[in-house]
Design a protein around this ligand. Sequence first.
Ligand SMILES: Cc1cc2nc3c(=O)[nH]c(=O)nc-3n(C[C@H](O)[C@H](O)[C@H](O)COP(=O)(O)OP(=O)(O)OC[C@H]3O[C@@H](n4cnc5c(N)ncnc54)[C@H](O)[C@@H]3O)c2cc1C
Length: 508
Amino acid sequence: MSADPAIPFPSNKPRAVIIGSGFGGLAAAVRLGARGYDVTVLERLDRPGGRGRAYVQDGFTFDSGPTIITAPFLFEELWRLCGKTFSDDIDLRALDPYYRIVFDAGGHFDACADDAAMKQEIARISPEDVEGYTRFMQHSERLFRIGFEKFGHVPFDHLSQMIGIVPDLVRARADRSVYATVCDYVKHPHLRFALSYHPLFIGGNPFRASSIYCMISYFERHWGVHFAMGGTGALVKGLVGLIEGQGGVIRTKAEVAEITVENRRATGVRLASGETIAADIVVSNADTATTYAKLLAKAPRKCWTDRKLDRAAYSMSVFVWYFGTRRKYPRVQPHTILVGPRYGAHVADIFDRKVLAEDFSLYLYRPTAIDPSLAPEGCDTFYALSPVPHMDSGVDWSSKAEPYRQAIARRLSETLLPGLEDEVVTSRIFTPQNFQDVLQSRKGAAFGFEAALTQSAWFRPHNKSEDIERLYLVGAGTHPGAGVPTVLSSARVLDAVTPDPRSMLETC
Ligand SMILES: Cc1cc2nc3c(=O)[nH]c(=O)nc-3n(C[C@H](O)[C@H](O)[C@H](O)COP(=O)(O)OP(=O)(O)OC[C@H]3O[C@@H](n4cnc5c(N)ncnc54)[C@H](O)[C@@H]3O)c2cc1C
């Protein structure tokens, strides 16, 4: 599908308009630009990056969302498409350990990069589980070969493709949950947590998400966990540089109000300002449910009807507190998970009962452990993330946010960050209400549709819209799903489903 680079491209390139500048939108822009499209990215916020956008407040640099960077080859590929070298622009550091898990009952677990060190760590906690862990990792690798290598980069536009993968899914016992699968291999509750919690990172419920997601353990092992110096924002900046270097345009504060459609074919977009922009293809990186329900409210939709969108399951949300401290906490690693007293019951509060629990499981990010330039001299930059139910909880975040933040501060003060309340010099919060209002995510879900087998592959909104011609989807709400490597893969899938720009010129 890609254009032959040896033949110069005519100057009247077909135009691709991309709605949203999350990692999926930016990666799609690079790929479409490399294939010969004239690319315009429209972003409603004041800066690019979506969930990955960065901001500076009182001299502290905050990454707003993704922090754990895996599969660097997906970034390297984007740089190569532009004739550039990733490492010339981005200083990516491999972490070891990847992260620390601190348990409520005492004790911790370090996820180590090195296999032998990891087995030692397993043995330290439960010697009898080392053999089970080894077998689990073999199983995780098998799932990775199916879930990522075989299916993660191909479109699922036809039911026959879904039927084709059923034997693999049956063999992999994809009907079982991540947690149930992990329990087959290890006994110690801390290890059961450490090997099963990963779906939460992409908004899935470990007790419900298909065992296919057990592949994340091997995924980490295979590619490692990395940190981009300058923070995740450095990756966004790098991608923006690639797009601009290709001659593409990124317009911020440009909210799309409608995707214009004629005869079931996308013809461009209308901005909230009233401006219209014609396009040969439209790619939406905005929340997929919102794309269909709001940006295509007037368009005929047979597949993604309002009723179907209402019945879909949406991921959990998160409450994030960004803060800077006047002192350093040198013992705190870049990534720490502070597990609360309950696992299954807490997850059920979030996903099933949809109530805001009194207790927490927190993820604490301290980028200044690696890059001190992200805070003023002698200070630390942090964010603390608490998984919470999406907006169906009915929580009034306008009144609940501050007490909730204070409760998190108390918890951190009692555990990882002694005396925290007196050390905070800058602070900001982002609630499910903000996910809904600022990022336009349906129900304030932090990761779009919930990661579930019944909402995956062919069952997920397709990368090539089922309802509207010349409309394509990229990002967490489409195939293959949420998470940075995954949305970069969704941009890869676009190469296979969007038309070769040369063929479009011939038909113009
Ligand atoms: C707090 C948090 C932590 C995370 N941590 C990790 C992690 O460590 N590792 C990992 O791999 N993943 C992580 N994730 C998941 C990952 O960040 C996301 O799945 C991924 O970044 C989503 O990218 P996206 O391409 O779908 O676009 P998004 O980031 O969702 O961006 C969509 C963009 O579209 C814009 N937009 C929406 N509507 C319109 C409109 N009408 N007009 C114009 N623009 C519009 C929005 O403003 C936004 O900028 C995390 C997510 C969150 C929320």
